[in-house]
Design a binder for this molecule. Structure first.
Ligand code: NDP
Length: 466
């Protein structure tokens, strides 16, 4: 049977664009791609990229304060101009979107800027009614922010809205305690909004190392975010120009804006997946095997829509591996076990890879090495902010199983730690590296004695230590 395309990709985000580009340019496949919104997807348009630029903007005030500690008189006495920043941000996103589109076009991909849905196992239907056939279809539509199911939820903003605000709220409530809540609380506070973070748990960032979670919670408070633990909104009501938030403990308060950062869900609704026989999981995610293949052999899926590890570089790797496997005859699976990530908070970032202390304790025995100190740079400027670095080491094999860093440029450091850890490095390998002095990262290779040993002997080692 003759198809219109060898591959049709639904979704022009990180995973879909990479798969389309590699299939077309490296392997000569005839590729079509549909995107209903803007090319670049969540990461480029309403996620990682604009978020990081907003983090830089929010850090600038703290940097000015630090420079005063170094003798620069009057630094930071101006005010932040949201309109100017926002206009510049918009132009940068336009530039990036253009680069994504031209990358695809130059690779020979036919781009359709409209919504597409599945018609059957080999056919997609575009919003204008056109039907296009393809030997393979890749779903890479990502996820969407979720609001909690409470009365008045539509009065709350989601992360997408933060990039298009006309003005910054004077007083804002951020709901949630995950990546997005912590990062946006940091941004909003840093740009001048009085920020309250309400989280239902007992320390932000569930799933991260416990000691680090407690430290990030404290440090968010130290920069001025009003972190309220064990707190959750029960309803929202419009009151004047603001929003009255009634909490589960019956208290209530008015905010200029409320932002829900209460998780994201796969964007699978209305795509015609179930009708085409594609099996979905409990959260609506597309169930795929290790080759990103769905229950329908011609249909594959990569990125957040599969709800595996919801990070841009993972989606990119999945998209690339899919193209190599299906079009390049180079079968490649993605190893999801040892993925580093970073949360861009202030005063420092939190970056992490591998097992937490709690996970190690469950499998043990593991030695926990910890360095906690005030970095020279901020200390001199008069800040009490502490950096914490932690290595989780298999007490039997000496293998480094986990690394957690709360410190300046922690994201940059963890990227490099990922290399030796991926190679199975031991603590002795770390120690063999001669320190670069004076740096923060030297702490990672100069931790002499464990702070404690956790966990009992257990023959079933966790996947990360395999
Ligand atoms: P997360 O899953 O990280 O956090 C969701 C938060 O919302 C949790 O604190 C959760 O609480 C809370 N929550 C969920 N449902 C409710 C509810 N009904 N009422 C109150 N609170 C609720 O999601 P995010 O939206 O922060 O981020 C989504 C994903 O995006 C991340 O998992 C990450 O993979 C990715 N991301 C990565 C970034 C990075 O790499 N720097 C930055 C931003 C996003 P509880 O913990 O109690 O369940």
């Amino acid at each position: 049977m003759k198809f219109d395309y060898d591959l049709f990709v639904i979704g022009g985000g990180s995973g879909g664009v990479r798969a389309a580009r590699i299939a077309a340019s490296e392997y000569g496949a005839r590729v079509g791609l549909a995107e209903e919104s803007r090319m670049g997807g969540t990461c480029v348009i309403r996620g990682c990229v604009p978020k990081k630029l907003m983090i830089f903007a929010s850090q600038a005030g703290a940097a000015a304060a630090e420079s005063r500690g170094y003798g620069w008189q009057g630094a930071g006495e101006g005010r932040f101009d949201w309109a100017e920043f926002h206009g510049k941000l918009g132009r940068e996103l336009d530039r990036l979107e253009g680069a994504y589109t031209s990358g695809l076009v130059n690779a020979g991909v036919e781009v359709h800027m409209q919504r597409a849905r599945l018609h059957d196992a080999h056919t997609v239907e575009l919003a204008d009614g056109q039907r296009l056939s393809a030997k393979h279809i890749l779903i890479a539509v990502g996820g969407r922010p979720q609001r909690p199911d409470i009365p008045g939820k539509e009065l709350g903003l989601i992360s997408d809205d933060l990039f298009t605000l006309g003005q910054l709220p004077g007083r804002v409530l951020v709901v949630g305690g995950g990546f997005i809540a912590c990062e946006f609380a940091t941004i909003l506070q840093g740009l001048g909004s009085a920020t309250v973070l309400a989280y239902r748990g007992d320390a932000v960032l569930r799933g991260f190392d416990g000691e680090m979670r407690r430290h990030v919670t404290e440090q968010l408070r130290a920069i001025g975010v009003d972190v309220r633990l064990g707190t959750n909104p029960a309803r929202l009501d419009r009151e004047g120009a603001g929003v009255r938030v009634s909490f589960e403990d019956d208290s209530s308060e008015i905010f200029d804006a409320v932002m829900f950062a209460t998780g994201r869900a796969p964007y699978t609704k209305g795509l015609g997946l179930e009708e085409a026989g594609v099996r979905l999981g409990r959260k609506g995610e597309i169930a795929v095997d290790e080759w990103s293949q769905s229950s329908v052999p011609s249909i594959f899926a990569v990125g957040d829509v599969t709800d595996r590890v919801n990070l841009t570089p993972v989606a990119i790797r999945e998209g690339h591996s899919f193209a190599d496997t299906v079009f390049g005859a180079r079968p490649r699976k993605v190893d999801h076990r040892l993925v580093a990530s970073a949360v861009y908070t202030r005063p420092h970032e939190l970056a992490t890879i591998g097992l937490t202390e709690e996970e190690a304790e469950a499998w043990g025995p593991a030695d926990i090495f910890v360095a906690s100190f005030r970095p020279m740079r901020s200390l001199f400027a008069g800040s009490d902010a502490r950096a914490v670095m932690k290595l989780v080491v298999d007490a039997e094999t000496d293998k480094v199983l986990g690394c957690h860093i709360f410190g300046p440029e922690a994201g940059e450091m963890i990227q490099m730690v990922a290399v030796p850890m991926g190679m199975g490095a031991t603590k002795a390998d770390f120690d063999a590296a001669i320190a670069v002095h004076p740096t923060l990262a030297e702490e990672l290779v100069t931790m002499r004695k464990p702070a404690r040993r956790v966990g009992a002997a257990n023959m079933d080692k966790p996947a990360a230590s395999a």
